[in-house]
Design a protein around this ligand. Structure first.
Ligand SMILES: *Cc1c(COP(=O)(O)O)cnc(C)c1O
Length: 339
């Protein structure tokens, strides 16, 4: 099977398993796990923030950030297709007591004008805007990479209203790789950033939330509230440290994604734009089959993908598939659909 459903399917390699076995550990709720502390310092450094917090999942990282930045009853401005809106079970309402003001962003990014229009000043009738949430790369828009200039302009619009900015950077290193900029060119414009160790970077578990030291202190307390205070968690942070070494490999995933997209686009009935990062979105409408049928046929030929939209499927490249696997996946897709 060539599993292209997600970059979360990567399994830990030998160096990660070794790191898990040998990491020095302690009770991280007492902040006595040296491996976690090391990971938090390295992660903060990488994204140019004062401090960072190790969290079990990206979802928890986003939810902690939203809760810390906002007060109950406020609004959060976010793109309508963003992960915090679509895929986190309405968590911002449940955990932070806030409501979302959705905008149809430009390539997934709310424009400065949309931020100004969406901003509400607190008064007797209106809740007040507490946060602007951005996402880069943008998952549900097909792995789009948003440039530092656009992030800056949108974040500046929020700052004009004293609204803080959180970045869901689950794949922010993919964005930096795609744009060929240092990741800090993207993270410098936001107050906090979450990124995943468990996706393209290949760690088995874990994400990082980074921001200023005072924010991270509060976030640590909220992590405990959410049940995410973990004990000898160096056994997971060790592989996380290894994952940080994999940032430079993401370009390979992007090259594989371009090869995959170009090959799929040649199959009659498939329409596949050139991907900007590691996410390939194929429109299957012209095959005459529905998405479920296409996915079943692909699976019959050893290729796993996921449903994306009403007529689209998603294929993600990652470090557990190499260029040979991509060729095999293309052979499988041709056999499955060229008929
Ligand atoms: C995967 C993902 C998350 C959440 O990460 P989990 O670790 O699966 O909870 C958040 N945002 C985006 C854009 C993602 O792709």
């Amino acid at each position: 099977m060539i599993d292209l459903r997600s970059d979360t399917v990567t399994t830990p390699d030998g160096s990660m398993r070794d790191a898990a076995a040998t990491a020095p550990v302690g009770d991280d709720v007492y902040e006595e796990d040296p491996t976690v502390t090391d990971l938090e310092e390295r992660a903060a450094d990488l994204v140019g923030k004062e401090a960072a917090l190790f969290v079990p999942t990206g979802t928890m990282g986003n939810q902690i950030a939203i809760r810390e930045h906002t007060s109950r009853g406020e609004e959060v401005i976010a793109d309508r297709e963003s992960h915090v809106v679509k895929w986190e079970l309405g968590g911002m309402a449940q955990h932070a007591g806030v409501q979302v003001r959705m905008v149809d962003g430009d390539r997934g990014l709310p424009t400065p004008e949309q931020v100004h229009e969406s901003y509400v000043e607190e008064d007797l009738h209106r809740p007040g805007t507490g946060l602007l949430c951005l996402e880069n790369t943008h998952n549900a828009r097909g792995g789009l990479a948003i440039t530092p200039e656009r992030m800056r302009d949108t974040a500046d619009a929020a700052r004009e209203h004293d609204v803080p900015v959180h970045l869901d950077g689950a794949r922010v290193f993919n964005a930096a790789t795609a744009l060929e900029v240092p990741v800090t060119d993207l993270t410098d414009h936001v107050d906090s950033v979450m990124f995943c160790l468990s996706k393209g970077l290949g760690a088995p578990v874990g994400s990082m939330l980074a921001g200023d030291a005072e924010f991270i202190d509060r976030a640590r307390r909220t992590r405990k509230l959410f049940g995410g205070g973990m004990r000898q968690v160096g056994v997971i942070a060790g592989p996380g440290l290894e994952a940080l070494e994999n940032v430079d490999d993401l370009g390979l995933d992007h090259a594989n994604a371009r090869t995959l997209a170009a090959g799929l686009d040649e199959i009659s009935g498939l329409s596949v734009p050139e991907p900007e990062s590691n996410i390939v979105v194929a429109d299957v409408a012209a095959t005459g089959h529905d998405v479920e049928t296409v996915l079943e046929r692909l699976a019959d030929h050893e290729v796993l993908a996921t449903a994306f939209g009403p007529t689209t499927i998603r294929l993600c490249t990652h470090r557990d598939v190499d260029s040979d696997d991509i060729e095999h996946a293309l052979e499988g897709a041709r056999a499955a659909l060229d008929c």
